[in-house]
Design a binder for this molecule. Structure first.
Ligand code: FMN
Length: 326
């Protein structure tokens, strides 16, 4: 069962939150084009004494989407989401929760920790919570703590990916959970969005495809590396942040680091307090070591997010027609 807020999207897609990469421009473009746009609250940073960026970003997103809806009542914008990293190293969490509550953020995406008080805060302002998980045990825990829906982060996803096949993960969660279920990992085409639904998910959760968009906060060389790379260029390593993540191998090579270190990593060193969320003595994930999922073989140009979503919608409709003709 999908809550009303996740129904009536142009295509069943959520643009996933990406550290550093997702900001108001990308979120606004995604929502205007009909899919949920999202960003990590931690991306909105200010210098000491400056106005609170998260407050400014939320005001801007809400005003621009309101204006769009008034001008286009026939194709209103999709809702937006904010991602909270629920980890002990995130010293801003309480402040960010208060700001999101005050702005009545409609969709809250929580990562790493499942906490009842965070879910209460979201529900109290009319929002829903989608919690991201890499296995069935974490999925059960998240729902028992009051999350409304789950994001199954499968192997091949950009960022902190899980180790499990999407088939295995969706099958195990769907055996007991009939609420909103999103699939994350290497989804880049409309056909793959439909495949996620056929597998049992309600919506697809797409990240890396949007790094190669005009609106993404990523340097041109990062965007171009995504255009030039494929699944074979993605390396999985826990070395940079302490937990396994997928990265563009050419960006690792560019730092000149000893590649033998890729097989090592220490989870106790995870730190979301700094702007790059890595250890202090090594190349920085995500600013130097570029996060990316395996689905980028489908990316052949840097384009506006709206054009990417138009293509996804076209491919999704074509895939539906092709499948029903089978
Ligand atoms: C560069 C990058 C940064 C990410 N940062 C975050 C983050 O801050 N919070 C989060 O919940 N997920 C983060 N993710 C994971 C995505 O939200 C999502 O699970 C993933 O991108 C989906 O797989 P795909 O990239 O293959 O489409 C990140 C992914 C990438 C590629």
């Amino acid at each position: 069962m999908l809550p009303p807020i996740l129904k009536n999207l142009r295509i069943p897609v959520v643009g996933s939150p990406m550290f550093i990469v997702s900001g108001p421009e990308l979120v606004i473009a995604q929502c205007k084009a009909g899919i949920v746009g999202s960003f990590p609250a931690l991306n909105a940073r200010e210098k000491d004494g400056d106005p609170i960026q998260l407050d400014l970003w939320l005001t801007r997103i809400q005003e621009e989407l309101d204006r769009h809806n008034q001008a286009n009542p026939d194709r209103p914008a999709a809702p937006f989401a904010v991602n909270q990293i629920v980890h002990r190293s995130n010293a801003r969490l309480e402040r960010d929760l208060e700001i999101c509550h005050r702005h009545k953020v409609p969709i809250w995406i929580t990562s790493l920790g499942a906490r009842e008080d965070v879910n209460h805060a979201a529900h109290d302002c009319g929002g829903i919570v989608l919690h991201d998980v890499i296995n069935n045990t974490f999925a059960k825990k998240a729902i028992s703590k009051g999350a409304d829906g789950l994001i199954a982060v499968a192997a091949g996803a950009g960022g902190h990916a899980g180790p499990e096949s999407p088939f295995a993960l969706i099958q195990e969660i769907r055996a007991w959970f009939d609420g909103p279920l999103l699939l994350s990992g290497a989804i880049s085409t409309g056909r793959a969005v439909l495949a996620a639904q056929v597998m049992g998910a309600d919506l697809a959760y797409i990240g890396s495809r949007f790094i190669a968009s005009d609106e993404a906060h990523a340097e041109p060389a990062y965007k171009q590396m995504i255009v030039d790379s494929g699944a074979e260029d993605i390396v999985n390593s826990a070395y940079f942040t302490g937990v396994p993540g997928n990265y563009l191998m050419p960006s690792v090579v560019n730092t000149g680091m000893d590649l033998a270190l890729l097989g090592t990593g220490d989870p106790s060193k995870m730190d979301f307090g700094s702007a790059s969320a890595g250890h202090s003595d090594k190349p920085k994930a995500w600013s130097q070591i570029w996060g990316c999922g395996q689905g980028i073989g489908a990316v052949d140009a840097v384009e506006p997010a709206g054009a990417i979503i138009d293509r996804l919608a076209r491919e999704y409709a074509e895939a539906k027609a092709a499948v029903s003709a089978l």
